[in-house]
Design a protein around this ligand. Structure first.
Ligand SMILES: [Ca+2]
Ligand SMILES: [Ca+2]
Ligand SMILES: [Ca+2]
Length: 236
């Protein structure tokens, strides 16, 4: 079991449909009963009948069942083939004062060691979004409340002229996350942003609730959201 925090109270017992071997389930599997060959759990030697919990502890947002993928952070989307958008967002609900602020879709996928996120826009990403003063204000955010070590996980992405697209404007508050900063976690090209968050760095969450993507014009006086999505929940 992970360290106990309040959100763990939402975690129901294992139930739901039988999906057979499922690498996503490894992080959820804590009893190791009847397993014969999986990886990821200490002590397991297998996995032939785990169940994936499909109950939704926060029904205001739909529960998305993650698919497995190994994603290369390069802004190219071929490695997402077969994965449907977790959230779709309309065109034209952005600010007329900015470009690169109209969200199109958010994708999520579970890799062996990383949670992968992909934010698609209706127009190209805007490298003037540098989390700074007017002329360079703006950033992309994905908010990921969860049951892990850092329950207020909040990733902020902006362009740094010295190192390119970079995480480092996370705004996770008192639970700021050591090491979750730098260009190694993100790449963007055209209208696509790809993010990879190592489970070990983000505190090994098993449940994310009220996840949403936001574009905002941080950091000017009338700091507002330029576009945001609906929310989802998912388990890891
Ligand atoms: Ca890619
Ligand atoms: Ca716009
Ligand atoms: Ca939009």
């Amino acid at each position: 079991m992970k360290p106990g925090i309040a959100l763990l109270a939402f975690l129901p017992t294992m139930s739901g449909c039988l999906l057979g071997w499922d690498p996503l389930h490894e992080l959820l599997d804590t009893d190791d009963t009847g397993d014969t060959g999986d990886t990821g759990d200490t002590g397991d030697t297998g996995d032939t009948g785990d169940t994936q919990d499909t109950s939704n502890p926060w029904p205001e947002c739909p529960l998305v069942i993650l698919q497995s993928a190994t994603i290369t952070l390069d802004g190219a989307t071929g490695d997402w083939d077969g994965i449907s958008p977790a959230i779709e967002d309309p065109q034209g609900d952005d600010s007329s004062s900015y470009t690169g602020d109209d969200i199109r879709a958010l994708y999520v996928a579970a890799g062996p060691t990383d949670l992968f996120l992909r934010l698609d826009l209706w127009e190209d990403v805007n490298p003037s979004f540098q989390n700074d003063v007017p002329g360079t204000e703006g950033r992309y955010r994905i908010v990921l409340p969860n049951d892990g070590t850092y329950p207020h996980l909040d990733t902020g992405l902006a362009y740094d002229p010295g190192q390119g697209w970079s995480l480092g404007y996370n705004g996770s508050g008192p639970s700021d996350i050591p090491g979750l900063s730098g260009p190694q976690y993100v790449e963007a090209a055209g209208s696509v942003i790809e993010i990879g968050l190592p489970y070990s760095v983000i505190g090994n969450p098993t449940l994310m609730m009220q996840v949403e993507a936001v574009v905002e014009n941080c950091c000017i006086v009338d700091w507002i959201e330029l576009d945001n999505t609906s929310c989802i929940n998912f388990r890891l």
